[in-house]
Design a protein around this ligand. Structure first.
Ligand code: SF4
Length: 263
């Protein structure tokens, strides 16, 4: 029996097992809304092309290469988004490319990563995606482009989970350790590096072990109140914050794991 796990799922579990249970086991839909990702998607695609398709026999592209990549991916945007994206990419070029001696070819660009972990008779499939992986002398650097307007760093605990999961998956895929997970904020040109260590991997392995026990026995999904409750989409079902919680609706997605395991 396989069970898919991602940084987003494990972060939800870490914040509150009950919210995790409602979202991923009972498959209740949350009311989270997302803004239009069009500009961000186009920026990611243009940067992927910029680093993936450059002819690396020539040391350094000039600014026209960035303009060319942007033209390939900005067709569906409004005129103001096209201008905005061009300015962002030009800033990126002058900050991260123009002053290098040569552009270093990444190990991988814009892809999915997968790892496996066996716990409690369960096989967890770790899934994630990356924007770029660079090869450094002492390990790998995973780079995540951020196109948000503000430079907002995730909570340390959420970052640690992400680092630990990528550490596990990259080690299996490339047989190299993750050295840094870096957030690159495209609008400001800031790059924030987080050092990865085996302790991150260990922490995530322990967390997945606890999750496996809950999944196996389908119990222990206690609410864990905290500051996250203010933004929780499931508070009306939650006995920890609501005096008369709404009964959890029946869905077609009851926990299935016990049926699949030889218990
Ligand atoms: S309201 Fe708080 S305690 Fe209740 S499910 Fe949501 S996060 Fe958990």
């Amino acid at each position: 029996m396989t069970y898919q796990i991602s940084a987003t799922k494990l972060q939800t579990y870490n914040r509150c097992p009950y919210a995790y249970y409602l979202r991923y086991e009972r498959k209740l839909v949350s009311n989270d809304c997302f803004g239009s990702p069009a500009l961000g998607t186009a920026l990611h695609q243009a940067l992927a092309q910029c680093h993936r398709d450059w002819h690396y026999q020539n040391p350094l592209p000039d600014i026209h290469w960035v303009h060319h990549c942007w033209r390939q991916h900005s067709a569906g945007l409004t005129a103001s988004q096209v201008m905005e994206g061009m300015e962002i990419l030009e800033k990126y070029y002058w900050r991260f490319i123009a002053h290098e001696v040569a552009l270093t070819q990444p190990l991988a660009v814009e892809g999915k990563i997968q790892g496996r972990l066996h716990v409690e008779n369960l096989e967890f499939i770790i899934v994630g995606r990356y924007d770029r992986i660079d090869f450094l002398s002492g390990g790998l650097e995973l780079i995540d482009y951020k196109s948000s307007r503000e430079v907002k760093l995730p909570d340390t605990s959420e970052m640690d989970i992400q680092i630990g999961l990528y550490y596990l998956a990259l080690e299996q895929t490339y047989h190299r350790s993750l050295k840094y997970l870096s957030l690159l904020f495209l609008r400001t040109g800031e790059k924030v590096r987080f050092q990865a260590t085996p302790a991150h991997r260990k922490q995530v392995q322990q967390m997945i072990s606890h999750l496996a026990i809950r999944l196996r026995h389908d119990r222990g999904w206690e609410p864990t109140p905290g500051k996250q409750c203010d933004r929780c989409a499931f508070s009306r079902y939650c006995p920890a914050v609501t005096t008369s919680p709404t009964p959890v609706p029946e869905t077609n997605s009851k926990p299935q794991l016990q049926l699949a395991l030889n218990l």
